[in-house]
Design a protein around this ligand. Structure first.
Ligand code: PYC
Length: 413
């Protein structure tokens, strides 16, 4: 066997299929330039190439592939939102996640765990009931359960009355899942590149060229590029990039911190969220406890970590999961959440012709990766706002037609 392996490895006709086909120099012109090589930008490039046959596409990033919020999130996927618009949108995302490993020929380690949103107050129970009804109405599996049922499904959780904030019940969402975040981005990148899409890391956009109200290209640290259409998907820097095109966004950027423990044997199968305690937790396939809490209490463009965050998180986490007292924190990091006033994204057309936006993801960008890619590609290819994206148009802030989604947040704000 080792001999056969050696023979195969040394064979000159060995079918090497490089994971990524990196482009060399930038071309002078592309049909579409996507700013941001994170999950959303790469997914859009993938769908442009595969569904719409548009392959003369450059995806630019000032850093490295999927090194922004795609690398900094806590990988939760769910569709248990509060508004009908949000539920329909994330339902499509969950469906796309389920078939993603096969579609991208990449194991994204999609793992359905069941998702609890714990309720510790009557108000939280009421929101849970509301979400369950909207979810069920739109075909998403969610139900309200009591504390005893929570304990039956998740035996490691402390549901005792003898704590500061006893658990009254939960919104239980069986399809709640986790996935391997970098594999998702790499899978889209690899398949898009195979179709001819170019991905250019270390290529920072310094300006958007707008002529007669229409986007016609970008200037970058590696020269100027003309483009038929330009899209931005730069979570954490959305306002900054939009401003280059002359757009003001209703977005405030706030750091969101997270951390993981040292790895341990499987002990927690579910994803557990408590909005009242400002904590959420799941266990990764590697065994690490992946945890987070509230956004930082101030707007800031920074990805530094604080001791204050860890102390606050653990104070509540120990109440829910006393076994956490035995574990050490291994890593801590932060991403930058672009928050809109209604906690819903901004997607699609803009007042600038041929300039498209994918922004305002707040704390739920990762779980929207496939659906945002698919629907933004449709929007860019057709020049029309897809039905699923109509509620999330930038113009809603002019008409005050907001999509209030704060009640579905896992993260405290
Ligand atoms: O919306 O599930 C969520 C979430 C968890 C952490 C950040 N967002």
């Amino acid at each position: 066997m080792p001999f056969a392996l050696l023979k195969y490895g040394l064979k000159s006709s060995h079918p090497i299929d490089p994971h990524f086909r990196w482009a060399g120099d930038l071309k002078k012109t592309y049909d579409v330039v996507i700013i941001g090589a994170g999950g959303h930008g790469l997914a859009c490039a993938y769908y442009l190439a595969t569904t719409h046959g548009i392959t003369n596409v450059a995806v630019l990033d000032k850093g490295y592939l999927a090194g922004g919020n795609t690398a900094r999130n806590t990988t939760i996927v769910r569709a248990n939102y509060l508004t009908p618009e949000g539920v329909a949108f994330y339902k499509e995302s969950v469906d796309l996640f389920r078939s993603m490993s096969i579609e991208l020929d990449m194991n994204v380690m999609y793992s359905e765990r069941g998702h609890f949103t714990l309720a510790h107050t009557d108000a939280a129970m009421r929101t849970a009931r509301w979400r369950a009804e909207v979810n069920k109405h739109l075909g998403v599996s969610s139900e309200v359960i009591d504390a005893r049922e929570v304990k039956r499904i998740c035996p490691t959780m402390n549901v005792s009355d003898n704590v500061r904030y006893p658990i009254l019940g939960a919104l239980y969402h069986p399809p709640g899942a986790i996935a391997r975040h970098d594999s998702v981005a790499w899978g889209y990148a690899r398949q898009a590149m195979r179709k001819g899409v170019e991905v250019h890391p270390q290529t920072e956009v310094k300006g958007i060229l707008v002529e007669g109200g229409r986007a016609v290209g970008v200037t970058t640290t590696r020269g100027t590029i003309r483009a038929g259409k330009v899209m931005q998907a730069v979570a954490g820097s959305s306002s900054h990039v939009a401003r280059m095109a002359g757009l003001r966004l209703p977005i405030k950027t706030i750091p969101l911190q997270a951390c993981v423990s040292e790895p341990v044997k499987p002990i927690l199968d579910q994803i557990v969220v408590s909005g009242s305690l400002h904590v959420y937790i799941s266990q990764s396939a590697r065994g690490e406890m992946v945890m987070g809490g509230a956004t930082d209490p101030y707007g800031l463009y920074s990805t530094r970590s604080t001791l204050d965050f860890k102390e606050g998180l653990m104070g509540h986490m120990l109440e829910l999961f006393p076994f956490m007292g035995e574990l050490k924190i291994l890593r801590q990091w932060a991403g930058m959440a672009d928050m809109t006033p209604d906690f819903s994204p901004v997607m699609g057309l803009t007042p600038i012709e041929n300039y498209y936006i994918d922004a305002g993801w707040g704390t739920w960008g990762f779980k929207a990766t496939p659906v945002s890619g698919k629907r933004m590609a449709e929007c860019v290819a057709t020049g029309r706002q897809p039905d699923l994206l109509k509620p999330f148009a930038l113009s809603r802030f002019d008409t005050f037609d907001l999509v209030g989604e704060k009640g579905a947040a896992s993260v405290g704000h």
